[in-house]
Design a protein around this ligand. Structure first.
Ligand SMILES: Cc1cc2nc3c(=O)[nH]c(=O)nc-3n(C[C@H](O)[C@H](O)[C@H](O)COP(=O)(O)OP(=O)(O)OC[C@H]3O[C@@H](n4cnc5c(N)ncnc54)[C@H](O)[C@@H]3O)c2cc1C
Length: 506
């Protein structure tokens, strides 16, 4: 047999934002052999175009990603002003009344692996909300508690968690780690030309100074510029603006009112007339922003709403959002990761998790030779097209169930039949066909029932044994919540101690 030519050895990552450094880190850690017999990972970024500098909420997958690339959790928390995130709290999304708030916690509903207890909560007296009844974590979030103790090893938790982080500090932190510990080659240079290889792929990139950079696999992490996947390859963009209306953001960094002010355990997402406001607590400050639709609010009126939320008059940074994703994510020897692949909106922090999943999939699918690229591209595209579609559906769900009366909210639910499939059946494992769904049945349950969705009662499908089990499990969740509430430190307390003493290394 003739040995297949053209091994894939030179990986070139274009862009040095969160997407570029996470992808470079995951690939460099997965393929550690350097030199002529190994793999090279080179990251090139423009000196003049800084990373976007937003994106401060993450998903629990980030813990395994950081661990996998060899980062210490203590160093990460200290250097990125990071705090623990245990989910999201949605305020005012249902009807805007004073009691209108629900959680989407990261910990799964009680008994989730074994049985779907949602129908039993739905038929019950509902003294407490869905997440409060089925998940102990809401009690920790109510009191701004940490998900772990100082003695809990790095990356382990007593409740599931992710982080809030300072995007401006995360990128240099990853960069240093990737260069010093993982031997990623870093080049500063602006790419001005992409050279095609004549077979539908890319052979090299050329910088403004004329330096060529050849590669076997090119990863487009160039942000909204989408230099390779968009500008060079012309892969069409699937717009989602007809179903996800927000297209602008005003962002601001806010100091805490006092040194000992609580650091929240969740991203607080507060509905407003033409969108929603995120509020994220880091160790050093809060990150706040209003994501809105320009069809329903002007920049002035949005800024006024944000000022009234903050009770202050800071200057805002304005950012445009073009909701959608590329029809194909992997074409020839080019894969798009991060904003170049797509961005929907900040709701539920789905962007960084998609970067992590993409980097992991590239590492797993990477063929040894060029001849294997079409197969890898087919698999990757199938999986990621499904993921983008599912995320769109999940984000839409937050809007279409609202009973708010402002035109933005009324128009969001016009003609939507999105929730109909859940009218006779509660989301469960069988509804989610992929091994790693970004948002599982648990997330759909938390949002559907948090928003007060009322399915058709079907008591003939329920049984007494599971009814008893549901009562027991809900009582167990309440007991667990109370016991952790009594023993866990506050976020601020634990983060302060980690700064001083560090967490136990694993
Ligand atoms: C308002 C807003 C809020 C968000 N909030 C969240 C959140 O809470 N959670 C979450 O998960 N995500 C969030 N995101 C998304 C998140 O910010 C991004 O997914 C993440 O920062 C990754 O960006 P990136 O690395 O793809 O692009 P960027 O950070 O824009 O990096 C692009 C890189 O490409 C380089 N580049 C561009 N052109 C060239 C060229 N010609 N030559 C060389 N280099 C070039 C630049 O120098 C830069 O290094 C948010 C996004 C927005 C807009």
């Amino acid at each position: 047999m003739v040995p297949p030519a053209e091994p894939i050895r030179r990986i070139v990552v274009v862009g040095g934002g969160t997407a570029g450094w996470i992808t470079a880190g995951v690939l460099a850690a997965r393929f550690p052999q350097r030199g002529p017999a190994g793999v090279s990972v080179t990251l090139i970024e423009s000196r003049t175009q800084p990373p976007i500098g937003v994106g401060e909420g993450t998903w629990p997958t980030i813990r395994s990603t950081l661990k996998q690339i060899g980062v210490s959790e203590t160093d990460f928390l200290r250097e990125c002003d990071a705090s623990f995130k245990q989910g999201s709290k949605f305020v005012g999304w249902v009807d805007g009344s004073s009691a209108d708030a629900y959680y989407h916690p990261f910990t799964l509903p009680v008994d989730y692996i074994e049985r779907n207890l949602a129908p039993y909560w739905l038929e019950g007296p509902r003294h407490t909300r869905f997440a409060q009844s089925l998940c102990f974590q809401t009690r920790l979030c109510d009191h701004s508690l940490a998900p772990k103790q100082i003695t809990t090893p790095e990356f382990a938790g007593l409740a599931n968690y992710a982080y809030h982080l300072d995007a401006g500090k995360f990128v240099p932190f990853l960069q240093k780690h990737c260069i010093d510990k993982l031997n990623v080659t870093h080049i500063l240079g602006e790419i001005v030309e992409v050279v095609a290889d004549g077979a539908g792929g890319i052979s090299e990139l050329r910088t403004r100074s004329g330096t060529p950079l050849a590669g076997d696999l090119f990863i487009d992490c160039s942000g909204f510029a989408a230099l390779l996947i968009g500008k060079h390859l012309g892969v069409p963009f699937v717009s989602c603006k007809d179903s996800l209306f927000v297209d602008k953001a005003l962002a601001v960094q806010v100091p805490y009112p006092a040194e000992d002010a609580p650091i929240g355990s969740v991203t607080v997402s507060t509905a407003r007339s033409a969108g929603w406001i995120w509020d994220i607590g880091l160790t050093s400050r809060r990150g706040v922003g209003y994501v809105y639709s320009s069809a329903y609010a002007t920049e002035e009126s949005a800024a006024a709403e944000l000022r009234s939320y903050l009770g202050a008059e800071p200057a805002f940074r304005a950012i445009n959002i073009n909701s959608g994703y590329r029809r194909e994510l992997w074409v020839g020897n080019c894969v798009a990761v991060g904003l170049s692949a797509g961005f929907l909106e900040p709701l539920e922090a789905s962007a960084i998790v998609m970067i992590e999943l993409s980097a992991k999939s590239i590492a797993e699918l990477l063929p040894g030779f060029r001849s294997g690229l079409p197969q890898a591209a087919r698999t990757f595209n199938e999986v990621f097209q499904h993921r983008w579609r599912r995320i769109v559906e999940f984000l839409e769900l937050h809007y279409v169930l609202s009973r708010r009366t402002e035109p933005f909210w009324v128009d969001n639910r016009q003609g939507s039949a999105l929730a109909d499939c859940w009218r006779q059946h509660s989301p469960w494992h069988e509804d989610f066909t992929q091994r790693e769904e970004v948002f599982s049945a648990a997330s759909f349950q938390y949002v559907l029932y948090g928003m007060g969705f009322e399915p058709e009662p079907t008591p003939w499908l329920l049984n007494e044994a599971d009814r008893t089990r549901a009562r027991e499990k809900m009582a167990e969740a309440a007991r667990q919540g109370e016991s952790l509430r009594a023993t866990l430190p506050t976020n601020r307390d634990l983060l302060g101690r980690i700064r001083k003493y560090g967490l136990q290394k694993i």
